[in-house]
Write a protein that binds this ligand. Structure first.
Ligand SMILES: [Ca+2]
Ligand SMILES: [Ca+2]
Length: 77
């Protein structure tokens, strides 16, 4: 499991327009980084990540949502 710092740095790289949220388009723009997110969250695609963990359904993942996703994924395994 990635540390919170590693996650934060991943998140910042994915958030290209730096609005504090990673949209599905930003996930598709960085397939390498998305793959790491997928493996950390036990999802197979950006769509699945959004469906399962976009708690407020705004179509983007905030750092809080990402952290929660990683925590849930690691509790399940
Ligand atoms: Ca963004
Ligand atoms: Ca969201």
């Amino acid at each position: 499991m990635a540390t919170e710092q590693e996650l934060q740095s991943l998140f910042n790289k994915l958030d290209r327009d730096q609005d504090g949220k990673v949209s599905i388009n930003e996930l598709f723009l960085s397939p390498g980084l998305s793959a790491i997110i997928s493996s950390e969250t036990n999802t197979s695609s950006p769509q699945e990540l959004l469906v399962n963990y976009d708690s407020d359904k705004d179509g983007s993942i905030t750092f809080e949502e990402l952290k929660e996703a990683v925590e849930k994924a690691n509790n399940l395994t």
